[in-house]
Write a protein that binds this ligand. Structure first.
Ligand SMILES: Cc1ncc(COP(=O)(O)O)c(C=O)c1O
Length: 292
């Protein structure tokens, strides 16, 4: 597959308050964010010309920065407006939005007290590639060897770039083993999440999902929990050990990018995407597309 490089495209990127030409959106190599991981980001999707849960994403972006000790120079409303400007400048109807905020190159040391906070927003077309029927076939997950860290080790509730180091290692290892993605356990050995999505298990008609105490409490996760409760399903948030996969009938992932994605295999465990997964997959599809 040929990939059009992300630094060589037409269009406009919002950078520190202005829309600039896509190819000019560069940063200096001595940026603190690059060397020390002081960067936070969001992943958002627009459906029919409207970003789903835009405000929640921008509130989380600002909170993610605060958890790394920095104040975003832009307010939620300013970031909302900047995303709308990016959407219009690039003629996006169904797309993916990537706001990112990072410490700049004003200082070059672990300490970055004088460094400025910069922000950019890029977006590109992202239609839905697969029909619900194709998605219901389900994906295959490997167990990751890397674990989600203890909240005493890292700011685990921040969507901080540094935390994705273990996600990329895990995803690459899974892909090299022929899987689509990896399931990460946490520092206690409990089921945590996939590399860019939260996980749900169906056991005896009830929906179980790990308590988000050391990983991101996804906006899609919360949306799907509300949808499930609205449909009368019982949703239980609790600690889940991997051995319980033997008593699990259905598994699915949730996330802005994956939406509701059924899982048919995790390591040696097999599942058949069933009624509850299908019900929630369709309900989520309908919600995001009709929220115009
Ligand atoms: C590690 C991780 N967990 C969970 C999620 C799901 O979060 P959301 O539903 O807010 O996209 C994401 C995606 O942002 C993620 O990267």
């Amino acid at each position: 597959m040929t990939i059009l490089p992300f630094d060589d495209r037409d269009g406009f990127i919002w950078y520190d308050g202005e829309l600039i030409s896509w190819r000019d959106a560069k940063l200096h190599i001595l940026s603190h964010g690059l060397h020390y991981g002081s960067s936070v980001f969001e992943g958002e999707r627009a459906y029919n010309g409207r970003i789903f849960k835009m405000r929640e994403h921008h509130e989380r972006l600002i909170r993610s920065g605060e958890l790394l000790g920095f104040t975003n120079p832009y307010s939620v409303s300013e970031i909302d407006q900047a995303c709308k400007d990016v959407m219009e400048a690039n003629n996006i109807v169904d797309g993916y939005f990537r706001p990112v905020a990072w410490r700049g190159s004003e200082m070059m040391a672990v300490s970055a007290q004088q460094s400025k906070i910069h922000m950019a927003i890029a977006a590109w077309d992202w239609p839905s590639y697969f029909s619900p029927e194709a998605r219901l076939e389900g994906i295959r997950l490997d167990f990751a060897k890397w674990r989600r860290p203890d909240p005493a080790t890292a700011p685990v509730n921040s969507k901080a770039a540094g935390l994705y180091m273990i996600a990329t290692l895990s995803k690459h290892a899974a892909e090299e083993n022929g899987y689509n993605d990896a399931l990460m356990l946490d520092y206690r050995g409990q089921i945590a999440e996939a590399t860019g999505a939260n996980v749900f298990l169906i056991q005896g008609g009830k929906i179980h999902t790990p308590t988000p105490d050391c990983f991101l409490d996804g906006i899609t996760r919360r949306t799907v929990i509300a949808l499930a409760k609205g449909k009368g399903y019982e949703v239980i948030e609790r600690a889940i050990m991997p051995e319980e996969l033997a008593q699990t009938q259905e598994v699915f992932l949730t996330g802005t990018a994956v939406e509701v994605t059924p899982v048919r295999e995790i390591g040696e465990y097999k599942f058949i995407p069933g009624k509850i997964t299908k019900d929630l997959l369709l309900a989520y599809d309908e919600l995001v597309r009709k929220s115009i």
